[in-house]
Design a protein around this ligand. Structure first.
Ligand code: DAU
Length: 315
């Protein structure tokens, strides 16, 4: 954020998305051309531990955002009203869990299986309802697993990287055979920009880079990069520890991105390997960023009714 915070068109307001009056005030003051709704509780394991925040932020918060955006949009006229968009950013997890074959398309029926994905599915339904019923000009995106710089250490790739750097055991749920479809964060950002600028009103777009990997392959990939960057700790794979599985663990996600590729000409620029290299390097070079989180907010402990050791324990 430091590279944009002095820009004349940048301002930051910290408000609760459930606080509709606060959102309405921000919209009235900023007078945006569009709203991109990315705010969400996003970690599956936390939703298993404490679903309340997910119901509140993801469902009630989206309702408040929709109502505030509706009122703002209704108050616009002319070109500003025609051009306004509400882009709702969601997840592939709303579609449920795949077997070994196939991929989610925009018409795959919703079948969420965790408190997190159920709350995101509910928010997607609210967005579609506000479009169909009130005509709010919405665009909905569903994306696969993101990775890259600044990702909170609760997620697999930063968690494993940080634990490996600290010589701690690397918790792999179950047998590590679950499959995720990985997308570098900047490629997600470019897709969102296109959805905002060129997406058709009322439409949904699936975003993914056809980069399926098993969790064990991801963890091994991180270990190999660290062997190269920090040879003293090699082989980092010795730290891999198989731990109790996540309850209700979705087996596989895979996105079919043909619609956004053909209609909006989106293409990811990063391969999984090039993105992972950049990401691991970023965590190596930005220790103070994640160390501050470990000191204050999240120590790397297992969330969601598991038994893996917290940061500080060794393999
Ligand atoms: O698919 C998109 C979703 O990807 C987003 O909507 C979510 O916000 C995001 O958190 C992510 O969900 P996952 O549950 O797939 O991500 P997570 O990083 O928690 O886990 C990735 C895989 O790695 C999953 O199969 C569980 C496994 N895992 C995770 C952790 C934290 C482990 O094996 N060990 C771990 O310590």
């Amino acid at each position: 954020m430091s590279d944009v915070e002095n820009h004349s068109r940048y301002s930051l307001e910290k408000v609760d998305i459930c606080d509709r009056a606060a959102i309405e005030r921000v919209l009235a003051e900023a007078r945006p051309r569009a709203v991109m709704h990315l705010a969400a509780e996003s970690h599956v394991d936390r939703s298993i531990e404490k679903p309340d925040d997910f119901v509140q932020t993801n469902i009630v918060g989206t309702y408040a955002m929709l109502e505030a955006a509706m009122n703002y949009w209704l108050g616009l006229d002319g070109e500003a009203k025609t051009a306004f968009r509400f882009v709702h950013v969601s997840t592939d997890e709303v579609f449920g869990s795949l077997g070994d074959e196939g991929a989610f398309t925009e018409t795959t029926p919703y079948q969420p299986r965790s408190p997190y994905s159920a709350s995101k599915a509910a928010s997607d339904h609210l967005v579609q309802a506000w479009h169909a019923t009130y005509g709010l000009p919405t665009v909905l995106t569903n994306c696969s697993n993101n990775f890259g710089p600044y990702q909170f250490p609760e997620k697999l790739i930063p968690l494993i990287t940080i634990k490996a750097l600290r010589g701690e055991s690397l918790p792999v749920y179950g047998k590590g055979a679950n499959i995720r479809d990985w997308l570098y964060v900047e490629d997600h950002a470019s897709a969102l920009r296109l959805a905002l600028e060129k997406g058709a009103i009322g439409e949904c777009y699936n975003i993914g880079a056809r980069s399926e990997r098993t969790n064990l392959d991801v963890v091994r990939g991180i270990c190999k990069l660290l062997d190269e960057f920090v040879p003293d700790g090699a082989p980092h794979e010795r730290l891999i520890t198989f731990v109790e599985d996540r309850p209700g663990h979705d087996y596989r996600y895979a996105m079919d991105p043909r619609k956004i590729e053909s209609e909006l000409a989106w293409r990811p620029r990063e391969s999984f390997e090039s993105g992972l290299r950049k990401t691991v390097q970023w965590y190596l070079q930005n220790r103070s960023w994640w160390q501050a989180i470990l000191d204050k907010t999240y120590r790397g402990e297992r969330l969601g009714r598991g038994k893996a050791p917290a940061l500080g324990s060794t393999a």
